[in-house]
Write a protein that binds this ligand. Structure first.
Ligand SMILES: [Zn+2]
Length: 241
C-alpha cells in the first residue's frame, strides 16, 4: 500500500522524471538511451517504408492489371473488328456466289435435259405408218405425269392444244430457235412467260396422235422447218439423249 491515487504521476510528469533521470545519468548510460531511441526511430522508419513498399507493390500490381485489361480490351476489339471484317467478307463472297449462281442459272446458253427416266422410242426422219411424213422430232417415252422442262432459257410463245400434237408448248430461245414439247398431259406455263433451263413447262401425257405416253420434242431454227434434235442437243447443250 505504498502508493495512493494522489501520489501517481501524470504521463507528462513521468516523462519529465525520465528526462531528469536521463540528465543525471553518466554519458555511457545517456548514449545507451539515445542509441535505443535511434534504433526505435529507425525501426519505425523501416516499417513505414515497408508499408510504402507494399503500397508501391499494390500500385504496380494495379497498374499491371490495368495494362492487361487494356491489352485484353484492345485484343477483343481487334478480334471483333476481324470477326466483323470476316463476316463482311463472307457475306460479300456469298452474295457474289449467289449472283454468279443466279447468272449461271439465268444464262441463255445453259441447257437442262427436258425430262429424266425416259427412253428414246423414235428418232428424227424415221418413216412409217405412224406419221403422215417422216418423223419430225425425237420421242422420249416416260410415264404420264413425268415433269417436262424447257431445255434452255426462253419465252413461251405457244401453250395450247395443237391437233395431232395434243397439248403443245413452244419456247423461243434467245438465238431465235423454237423448241416444241408435245402430247403433254398438262401445261405449267402460259404464253409470254420467261422460262429458264430446267423450268417445268408441262408433264408427259398421251394427248393428240400417240400410241403411248411420251414427249415428242422438236427443234425449229428461227421458227422454221424442224431439224434433227439429236445433233442440235449435242452441239448446243452437250446432251446425248
Ligand atoms: Zn414423235
Amino acid at each position: 500500500m505504498g502508493f495512493s491515487h494522489s501520489t501517481l504521476a501524470s504521463p507528462t510528469q513521468a516523462n519529465s522524471a525520465v528526462n531528469l533521470a536521463a540528465l543525471s545519468l553518466d554519458n555511457g548510460s545517456m548514449s545507451g538511451i539515445t542509441t535505443a531511441r535511434i534504433q526505435a526511430r529507425q525501426l519505425a522508419t523501416r516499417d513505414s517504408s515497408r508499408v510504402q513498399l507494399a503500397g508501391n507493390d499494390t500500385n504496380k500490381k494495379q497498374a499491371a492489371a490495368a495494362q492487361l485489361a487494356k491489352a485484353r480490351a484492345a485484343k477483343l476489339t481487334a478480334t471483333q473488328a476481324l470477326t466483323s471484317k470476316r463476316a463482311s467478307a463472307l457475306a460479300k463472297a456469298k452474295a457474289a456466289a449467289d449472283a454468279a449462281e443466279k447468272k449461271a442459272r439465268e444464262s441463255a446458253t445453259r441447257c437442262e435435259i427436258m425430262l429424266t427416266g425416259y427412253h428414246i422410242t423414235a428418232t428424227f426422219g424415221q418413216g412409217g405408218s405412224r406419221w403422215a411424213r417422216n418423223h419430225t422430232g425425237l420421242d422420249f417415252a416416260a410415264p404420264v405425269g413425268t415433269t417436262v422442262r424447257s431445255v434452255m432459257k426462253g419465252v413461251v410463245i405457244f401453250a395450247d392444244w395443237a391437233g395431232a400434237y395434243g397439248r403443245q408448248v413452244q419456247v423461243r430461245h434467245e438465238d431465235g430457235t423454237v423448241t416444241w414439247y408435245n402430247h403433254m398431259s398438262k401445261f405449267s406455263v402460259s404464253v409470254g412467260e420467261t422460262v429458264y433451263a430446267g423450268d417445268q413447262v408441262g408433264a408427259v401425257g398421251m394427248t393428240g396422235n400417240t400410241t403411248g405416253p411420251h414427249m415428242h420434242f422438236e427443234v425449229h431454227p428461227d421458227g422454221g422447218e424442224a431439224i434433227d434434235p439429236a445433233p442440235w442437243l449435242r452441239d448446243h447443250c452437250g446432251l446425248n439423249p
